[in-house]
Design a protein around this ligand. Structure first.
Ligand SMILES: Cc1cc2nc3c(=O)[nH]c(=O)nc-3n(C[C@H](O)[C@H](O)[C@H](O)COP(=O)(O)OP(=O)(O)OC[C@H]3O[C@@H](n4cnc5c(N)ncnc54)[C@H](O)[C@@H]3O)c2cc1C
Length: 406
């Protein structure tokens, strides 16, 4: 039998993780990424529960630990930076806002890309899929920049707004907006920065967070509540320039570090901005095309599970593909194992994300009181659970025997 050839769209977390496992099982993969080069941006993502176990099995846990940001915990601050409540990092896989393995998204993606590039995986930057023709025996793929090519399978791992998903499934998936926008940017470090995740909540449903990284810079996020809530109302993306103007208008009157971040913004190239939402897809496979990661099931950054789901999903999808003769059985196995895990992660606590992003002055005051109580000694455990996603709720299949045969 000839070596199966798989095309993966998207070189962030899900795509390169899938390439990693498929390569280990002896498959050939091409990863097409629309950005002109590897994307370094973003900030801390958590690796929890089953995802840590997957990294262990991949032999990558040490590499991930070495790349952690060293964050000591989460500290909520007031208008002048004074501490309102703090939640130190825990060594639990599941509890707390700051997980034990906190790593920058770009550093984690780099770990997977470095271990696949140059092996039987090819990365094709600055390109994208424009058409798919699945004739039941292979998929003919047209690219924006290049000749058509045939692949055995195509996997869309190109994020919440996946255009590959639309090509293969039409408008089947629903993107549910949670009424929140987040802008991520990397700014110069200054001596007010500390090794804690500092979180300021202000009126108007706006918040600012600052986090340490291990590259001598600081990762900032500006979050705002919007009116766009519900199914299918995810707004179109603004250009980077329009986003800068928008942020100036919305955040200029906030205290604490708002001015510093807005002043630093002009020198920042990679502003990553996203409307926060969840993807509900009735199925994750159609013929020889399947969905993975945020493209399939985006649970959103507020779930704290986006990256863990992608790492686990890639492991399961690759394991099922390598275990079955027919891709249809593999896709069925993948969905049977992953769907309950995904649904748990998607089910957010009532009031999320609005409760943590109050709009009125009274709401901000009430939120701070809740934080103070949650951080107090008697309620500390409860406080940690406030931020705790369901990290361990999956029976991770063993695919070790597949490695032994290579
Ligand atoms: C630059 C960046 C920064 C991020 N920062 C954070 C963060 O700080 N915190 C957080 O919680 N989450 C962040 N995320 C999202 C987070 O990575 C995901 O929620 C999660 O890890 C699941 O990853 P994914 O690989 O499924 O999707 P994503 O991480 O969204 O990756 C999708 C990839 O597909 C590429 N792509 C999109 N469309 C196409 C196309 N048509 N053809 C080819 N490629 C395409 C994108 O450029 C991207 O590289 C960030 C994502 C990116 C891309």
């Amino acid at each position: 039998m000839s070596t199966p050839r798989v095309l993966i769209s998207g070189a962030s977390i899900a795509g390169p993780s899938l390439a990693f496992w498929l390569t280990r099982y002896g498959w050939e993969t091409t990863v097409v990424e629309r950005a002109p080069a590897f994307r370094d941006g973003g900030q801390n993502v958590d690796i929890r529960g089953a995802a840590r176990e997957v990294l262990r099995r991949a032999g990558l846990e040490d590499a991930a630990r070495e790349a952690t940001t060293g964050e000591l915990g989460t500290r909520f601050v007031g208008d002048h930076g004074e501490t309102i409540a703090e939640f130190p990092v825990t060594d639990s896989d599941t509890d707390g806002a700051t997980a034990e393995v906190e790593i920058l998204r770009g550093d984690l993606a780099r770990i997977f890309v470095d271990r696949t590039e140059g092996s039987s995986t090819t990365y094709r930057y600055g390109d994208r899929i424009t058409a798919l023709d699945d004739d039941g025996t292979r998929v003919r793929v047209s690219f924006e920049d290049g000749e058509d090519e045939d692949f055995d399978l195509v996997i869309a791992a190109d994020g919440i707004r996946s255009s590959t998903r639309d090509l293969a499934f039409g408008r089947e998936s629903v993107v549910r907006s949670l009424g929140l926008e987040m802008t991520y940017l990397t700014i110069p470090r200054d001596d007010t920065d500390i090794p804690w995740w500092q979180w300021y909540s202000g009126v108007g449903g706006r918040s600012i967070t600052l986090r340490p990284d291990r590259h001598g810079t600081t990762r900032a996020v500006l979050t705002e509540v919007t009116k766009d809530r519900g199914d299918g109302v995810i707004p179109p993306r603004r250009s980077a320039q329009a986003q800068r103007a928008h942020l100036r208008e919305r955040f200029a009157d906030l205290p604490w570090q708002a001015t510093r971040i807005l002043d630093a913004m002009d020198g920042v190239d990679d502003i990553y901005y996203e409307s926060i939402g969840q993807v509900r897809s009735p199925r994750w496979a159609s013929g020889r095309v399947a969905l993975l990661g945020d493209a399939a099931w985006c649970a959103s950054p507020v779930s704290g599970m986006g990256t863990s789901l992608s790492i686990v999903g890639a492991y399961v999808l690759a394991g099922e593909l390598a275990s079955h003769v027919h891709h249809r059985d593999a896709f069925l196995g993948y969905e049977r194992i992953m769907r309950p895990y995904v649904e748990q992660a998607q089910s957010l606590p009532p009031g999320t994300p609005q409760l943590a992003n109050p709009t009125s002055r009274a709401g901000v005051g009430a939120f701070r009181t809740v934080l103070r109580i949650a951080a107090s000694k008697p309620a500390k455990r409860l406080g940690a659970q406030l931020f705790s996603p369901p990290a361990d709720k999956i029976d991770l299949p063993e695919y070790e025997h597949l490695l032994a045969t290579r």
